[in-house]
Design a binder for this molecule. Structure first.
Ligand code: UD1
Length: 419
């Protein structure tokens, strides 16, 4: 595992262009398995998670090329519907090929995803959702087999929590279940779910309401070739916005869909950060001071995103006064807090809430990244801190941030990577 060395204290200045959304690319690549036609996808970020999903498509038998953000997929001639443990182990989102494969070919076997560093992440909603669609599910030796058993006409699935992955999984499988009308209640409304719905419709499926809590899917098998461009990555955009504010810098961020970030930009403005929309899809973020203290509640979309919580806590560690961040999506997602404390932050955790007594500055230290967004938070902390910070086990950052070394260096960060 590599490490990043960051020398802090330098305000970030300049411009940065945001890449395509990882969390839209992954379910859309998985959904390409539904089609027996050619699929072209654009604005796909070159990330290790995207490479893993491409490896899965190839393992199934699709011919995939990936160049300059464009992925071209030719469907398999003789599909292999068994996805090995090695590929699912690398990335939880791999599990989401089970439903599409089983719905397309009648039967599929995918390894159960393993543990996860941001807390318990079960797949029970996925499994009960697929059962409701008419699949028989068997779990044997760590593998899940889904076989189509019952043809149904009408299914209503009410999710106990608006899970992004479960909504996407059920929606994708249901899209090709001919003559089945599926309703998902309490669906996740994230922009990436909406993008998946738009992609499915571009392939000839009928999905209504993706991006709201109520989604209806009318299954069809008549799919078309398609050419689709995915949305910009709101989490990458938010990360650069926090980095700009935290270093008291001035950064123009382009290719950002501002409406996808409202809950986040509201909090950022409350901290005293200036945020101007200068053109459609371009914002300038600037900050001159330590942030004002704020209260943040992390919630499913349209609430404040959990994937920006660690970065925001890093920023608020120097807030003027006491800030409070409550996490309701992944209640255990606070591994970055102990690392921030090594840098001088004063943060107390109680029952999914971080109480942050702002300190005047952080000081550089050796820290350890436990997950993708924690890694981003610690790099931001390093950029804010006095002296040298080494973020160990940092490679997970490449799962979610395309060309992060180039982008941060172009903004004036003193940063290097040792592999
Ligand atoms: C997706 C995102 C991830 C983001 C998360 C929440 C992708 C590839 N990943 O993850 O970056 O942090 O949404 O916005 O898009 N849950 C269950 N049972 C299930 C499924 C989920 O209990 O079957 C719980 C989870 O443990 C968690 C909550 O539901 O507490 C939300 O998880 P979910 O929305 O499913 O996250 P992911 O889709 O895994």
């Amino acid at each position: 595992m590599g490490s990043m060395t960051v020398y802090g204290g330098q305000p970030l200045r300049g411009s940065v262009k945001i890449s395509g959304a990882k969390n839209a690319a992954l379910p859309i690549l998985a959904a390409s398995l539904l089609s027996s036609e050619r699929v072209i996808l654009r604005n796909i970020p070159d990330l290790t998670d995207v490479q893993t999903m491409i490896e899965i498509l190839r393992a199934v038998g699709s011919a995939v090329s990936f160049k300059d953000g464009c992925v071209e997929i030719e469907p398999p001639l003789s599909p292999n519907t068994s996805v090995p443990y090695e590929l699912v182990r690398k990335m939880r989102a791999s599990f989401n090929v089970l439903g599409p494969l089983a719905a397309t070919y009648g039967d599929a076997v995918v390894s159960l995803p393993g543990g996860c560093s941001i807390g318990v992440r079960p797949v029970n909603y996925h499994i009960t959702g697929l059962e409701s669609l008419g699949f028989k599910i068997d779990i044997v030796h760590g593998f899940v087999r889904a076989s189509l058993k019952k043809k149904k006409k009408e299914v209503v699935i009410s999710l106990p929590f608006p899970s992004v992955g479960a909504t996407e999984h059920i929606m994708t499988a249901a899209a090709v279940m001919k003559d089945l009308h599926t309703v998902i209640e309490n669906a996740a409304a994230e922009p990436e779910v909406e993008d998946l719905g738009n992609f499915l419709n571009a392939m000839g499926c009928r999905v209504i309401g993706a991006g709201t809590r109520h989604i209806e899917i009318f299954g069809t098998r008549e799919l078309l070739p398609c050419d689709y461009t995915i949305i910009p990555d709101r989490i990458e955009a938010g990360t650069y916005a926090v980095a700009a504010a935290a270093t008291r810098g001035h950064v123009e961020i382009s290719n950002v869909e501002v409406k996808h970030l409202s809950a986040f930009t509201n909090v950022l403005k409350e901290t005293g950060t200036t945020l101007e929309i200068v053109k459609p899809r371009t914002i300038i973020v600037s900050m001159k001071d330590r942030p004002a203290n704020v209260r943040v509640t992390v919630e499913p979309y349209p609430g404040f995103p959990t994937d920006l919580q660690p970065q925001m806590i890093a920023f608020l560690s120097i807030s003027q006064g006491t800030s409070v961040v409550t996490e309701t999506v992944f209640k255990m997602r606070f591994h970055h807090v102990d690392e921030l404390k090594r840098m001088g932050a004063n943060i107390e955790l109680t029952n999914g809430t971080a109480i942050i007594q702002g300190v005047s500055k952080l000081s550089g230290a050796d820290v350890n990244a436990t997950d993708l967004r924690a890694a981003a938070a610690l790099v931001i902390a390093g950029l804010m801190a006095e002296g040298k910070t080494v973020v160990h086990d940092v490679d997970q950052i490449f799962r979610g941030y395309e060309k992060i070394m180039e982008k941060l260096s172009a903004l004036g960060a003193e940063i290097s990577y040792e592999g």
